[in-house]
Design a binder for this molecule. Structure first.
Ligand SMILES: [Zn+2]
Length: 271
């Protein structure tokens, strides 16, 4: 399918060498990670901010859970310009109640809040590291198990409304292997975070990152390079967790996207 689209794109491209083109694989919806194709070597902008596509023209764009408004793409090549605008479509979210969590993990003490903030900053620093590597478009699920919490659900912990769950939870027995979903660089392997326990952060290129939390064991360290399918750790319940599961976050720049939709969209590139 993608190969066909790619061929058609290139045909259009060579037939009208002057006219830039843009193609989106995926829906412009909240939580989506879009795969997009623009005329190779063109200058590409999203809402005025520059994007650097791969040499073959493909790039990714993330849409946050609460994002609204328009996505305006501008593609410029050889003095010609294409502008395309998409309205972000809203999605509906689940409401999830979890009771019986230790009170200090729901409403942390001032010291714990300071620790959480410090760890959050370390994570943000690692995520902002500019990692230059060719982004692979074919990703696989990082672990086998049951989806126990979907992306976007509004969480009510011990009766308190919390920030939405912008991740995918895969419930599996402690010790279940967790694999890199694609080639990546380990930008952080942290032994014990207050909320997320043993945590690994991967950078995949093109500002796409992913993280793996509550692990019982780490198999990588900060700075390692990993290959798709390489074991990076094991499922556990370190940090704030009521049972063993993998808390999986996928981010583009500072936007957390829906890992399930991402994997679905990615399949077209795994042929
Ligand atoms: Zn989770």
């Amino acid at each position: 399918m993608i190969r066909l689209i790619f061929a058609l794109c290139l045909m259009t491209f060579s037939a009208h060498a002057e006219d830039p083109i843009l193609y989106l694989h995926g829906q412009p919806r909240q939580g989506e990670l879009l795969f997009a194709f623009a005329t190779p070597k063109a200058d590409v902008f999203l809402n005025g901010a520059e994007i650097k596509p791969r040499k073959d023209g493909w790039f990714v764009v993330g849409i946050g859970r609460n994002d609204t408004g328009d996505l305006t793409f501008t593609v410029k090549r050889h003095g010609k310009r294409l502008e395309k605008t998409f309205r972000i479509q809203p999605r509906e979210w689940k409401i999830q109640r979890i009771d019986g969590l230790p009170e200090n993990k729901v409403s942390p003490s001032p010291e714990e809040s300071a620790r959480i903030e410090k760890e959050f900053a370390a994570t943000a620093d690692a995520r902002d590291k500019k990692v230059k590597m060719p982004l692979s478009l074919c990703f696989q699920m990082p672990a086998e198990g049951r989806i126990s919490s979907v992306y976007g659900s509004q969480r009510i912990l011990n009766g308190e409304e919390k920030t939405p769950h912008n991740a995918l939870d895969i419930a599996a027995a402690t010790g279940t292997p967790v694999f890199a979903p694609a080639d990546a660089k380990v930008t952080l392997a942290y032994d014990e975070m207050f909320l997320t326990g043993k945590t690994v952060l991967l950078a995949h290129g093109q500002d796409l990152t992913s993280s793996y939390s509550h692990l019982s064991k780490l198999d990588v360290k900060t700075g390692d390079k990993v290959k798709k399918g390489q074991k990076i750790g094991e499922v556990g319940m370190t940090g704030r967790a009521t049972g063993p599961h993998l808390h999986w976050v996928v981010m583009w720049r500072d936007k957390r996207v829906d890992p399930a939709v991402f994997i679905e969209n990615s399949k077209a590139f795994c042929e």
